[in-house]
Design a protein around this ligand. Structure first.
Ligand code: GRF
Length: 213
């Protein structure tokens, strides 16, 4: 089998995309990023793709009006025509429909800045702070039809500090995102993830496990 070809989809800053690209560059992940697709013209991820020499396409969802499926057909085509075997959502701020999910069964990863199932949705950090949580964190999961509800691959807890602002807490969570997302991609491309219903079994043989608490 050849190297897995990854399609990264981002709507924004692109720091997780960069952390994965750099791990590949260091030889830690035996895979290639075939394409970065960004749905927001001018987003930071595009500049990063240029600097990292990763091919990219800008696919502006607003140009498809309300036709969600037309956007997703175009998105799926950008990935299938490059033989993408793993789709990595990295700050992609749109829900994917069953149509898209069917094209990539159990082949889509997402990262979310909370310990799911707590605080799903667009404001995981803010919602944890507003709720008065003492611990939050991040979750990497396989994507299914639910909002941030697919089978969990990796999680890491991050304590909330007294007087934390959304920015400070987000920055501490993000440091761990940059460690764990490349690791989750590595586990996937090495065929170490086995999905059994809601559970994802991981073959850790020969690897160091990340800290969980
Ligand atoms: C991250 O906090 C991630 O958890 C969330 O969106 C943010 C993306 O950041 N899904 P970046 O675009 O990867 O810098």
């Amino acid at each position: 089998m050849g190297r897995v070809r990854i399609g990264v989809i981002s709507s924004g800053r692109g720091s997780n995309f960069q952390s994965i690209a750099e791990a590949i560059g260091r030889g830690e992940i035996e895979a290639d990023i075939a394409i970065l697709v960004c749905n927001v013209p001018g987003a930071g991820a595009i500049e990063r793709a240029k600097n990292l020499n990763v091919p990219y396409v800008v696919l502006d969802h607003t140009s498809f009006g309300k036709d969600r499926e037309a956007f997703e057909r175009a998105l799926a085509l950008e990935l299938t025509k490059r033989d993408v075997g793993l789709v990595v959502l990295a700050g992609f701020m749109r829900l994917l429909s069953p149509y898209f999910l069917r094209q990539f069964p159990h082949q889509i990863l997402n990262i979310h800045p909370s310990l799911l199932p707590a605080f799903p949705g667009a404001h995981g950090i803010r919602d944890a702070l507003d709720h008065g949580a003492k611990v939050t964190g991040l979750t990497i999961h396989l994507v299914d039809e639910s909002l941030d509800g697919g089978p969990i691959v990796l999680q890491k807890a991050v304590p909330v500090a007294e007087g934390d602002s959304e920015e400070r807490l987000a920055a501490r969570v993000l440091e761990w995102e940059h460690v764990l997302y490349p690791l989750a991609v590595k586990l996937f491309v090495e065929g170490r993830l086995k999905v059994e219903g809601r559970r994802v079994r991981i073959d850790w043989s020969g690897l160091e496990r990340p800290p969980t608490p």
